[in-house]
Structure formats: structure tokens, C-alpha cells
Design a protein around this ligand. Sequence first.
Ligand code: SF4
Length: 380
Amino acid sequence: MAGLYIHIPFCRSRCIYCDFYSTTLPPAWQMPYVEALGREMVLQGQGASGKGKEFTSLYLGGGTPSQLTPEALRRLFFHISQHVRLAPDAEVTIEANPDDVTPQWVALLRETPVNRVSMGVQSLDDDILRTLRRRHTASQAIKAVGLLQKAGYANLSLDLIYGLPGQTLRQFTTDVRRVLALGIPHLSAYALQFEEGTPLYRMRSEGSISEADEELSLSCYQRLIDLAQEAGMEHYEISNFARRDFRSRHNSSYWNDSPYTGLGAGAHSYDPQARRRSFNCEDVERYIQSIDAGQLPAETERLDDDTRYNERVMLRLRTCEGLSLTDVERDFGTERRRYCERMARPHLLAGRVQKKAGEALCLTRQGLFVSDDIISDLMV
Ligand code: SF4
């Protein structure tokens, strides 16, 4: 498995909690950016001659990919068709903001190989959406799902956030029930984070917004798990739920230590065999200039064994398959396996971790609620 990620950093406005790399530069920047993406595809070696590796998933993330003008989106897929080798059954996802999903946009999407849409709904409470400075309303989000489903896009994923200012357990329960009633096959839900440098972080420091208490966040998470499972979804990763055959293949490649290539300003690439991760610069103008000059605007980090082991623990313990001790021994040696087992023992005895298939460490339901502590105990 290998994934290709393309970062589209354009947003019409900024949400107060967001710390992803994105910019509100005007649409005039989009075509030069897309042309630079086409050149980066060539520079990164995904040549048109079929020599490039085959990708099993393509993910257009952001930013807001649905903010691309029709010309820019068509041109991006032209470059992809010229320079990228996609597996015949590749999962092709685009992130969309609900208010961009119009009949015209859905018709445009049908010209492309996109077969999965991921939408940041976050909440179905208009007051909360306004507080977060989301551009859409709850009814726009629901309408967007209907439009996509009517056009044949069954593979939809929605994102929710819990632990929001002003949110109650009752309100969040209603949100989850309404979202599940839409018949979507994939749901992601994250606890609100107060990331340094965001307006939300500043507002908390100034006292104009208060953080939901931990108990409420925990209750929301418990309720989410119950409702998603009642609706027939598998809880396959700490923050992700899917119906059978609808797990995110692209995100699974991150959790499974598979290689991925990231194109665009702020995108990351990972090559487990070469033990290397690289990061493109987070600046559209600098990115275009560097690509124009024939240089990848990337910094590279060599990953030592401890870093790779820590990442393995963090990513695998988040999944329902868990952390394979056989794999730990194969990749990091017998000593590291022993260390891992020793550190997991108190959690196994307390019922926070269980062994699956006799050898993989998995979080139990009790363990899910203290996952950060368990993960940090198993790290070096
Ligand atoms: S639309 Fe998405 S990427 Fe843009 S500011 Fe909001 S959360 Fe961040």
C-alpha cells in the first residue's frame, strides 16, 4: 500500500480552532499553485512513463480542496492523470466544506475520479458553528450529504468535534444521532484541542471562552462509541468509525506504517524503508518559487529506532488490531519487545489493555479513555 496526499491550503476564512497550514490568499493563487503541484509530481518521480510507484489511495486534503475553482480542480486532475499511477481500484478522497457542496460542484466532481468525500461538519448546532467561525450551517451540512448521496457518492465521511464551548451531552447526543441517521458509512470525531497560536487558544487565555470539563468530554466520547456501534459501525481507530468495507484506506496507511508521498505546501512524506520523513515548507509563495527553480522545498528527517518505535506504539495502539509484539520484535529486536511487554503488564492486569490473537496489545474500552497515559508508558 502507498498513499498520495495533495495539500490544498486555500480557505475562504479561518476557523478559530484550526492549526493546519492554510491560507486565505485569493483564488488568483490557485492556478500557479496547481501548476507547481504538477511540477512537483514530476520532481518527486511519479513520471508519466509508468515508472512511478502505484498508489492505492489519493487524498486531497486541506485547507479546503472544495474551494478550488472548477478550472483549478480540472487542471489538478489533468496533472494527476499525466503523472500519477493510481491503482485501478484506488480510493480517491476529497475534503469538502458543506457550503461548497452545490449541484454544480457535485456535477464537477463527477468529471473526476473522486469516489469518496470527507466533510468537516463539526457540529449540527448553528450557535456552536458560529462560535467556531465555521462558514456553514447545520442545514447546509445535511443538504450537502443529500446532494452527494443522490449523485451516487455513497462513500461519505463526516467529521464531528466534541468538548466544544457551550456544548452539552444532550446536544452532542442529538448531533451524533442526526449524523448517523444520514446513512453515512464513515464517521470521525475528535476532542477539541486548544492549539497554541490559534484564536481559540488566545480566547481561552483571555477568558472569553471556557474549556469543556474533562468529564463532559469523556461522556461525549462514551456516548459516541455507544451510538456508532449501535448503528452497526466498527470502532476501528480511536477517533474513527466505519461500516464494513468503508474504513478509510488512506488514513489506514498512516496507522499501518505504509509509505506515503505528500505534495504541496505543508505536506509530509514518509518512507519507512529509507527511515525518512520529509516536510514541505508551509508557504504557498515560497513553495511555488522553489518548485519553479526545480527544487523540492522540503526538509528531511532521518528516523532513528527510538522514534520509529514510539511512533509505532502511538499509531498502532490507536487501532482496533493493536500493537503486534511479533512485529515489534521483528523490527526493533527482542529487548524492545520485552520492554514493551513489561510496560504493558500493569495495564493488562488492570484490564485497560488486552491481548488479541495471543500477541497484539489492544486497548480495552476502559483503556480507550486513558489511551494517552498507556501510550506514553509504552514509549521509550
Ligand atoms: S476550513 Fe478546515 S483548514 Fe480551513 S480554517 Fe477551517 S478547519 Fe482549518
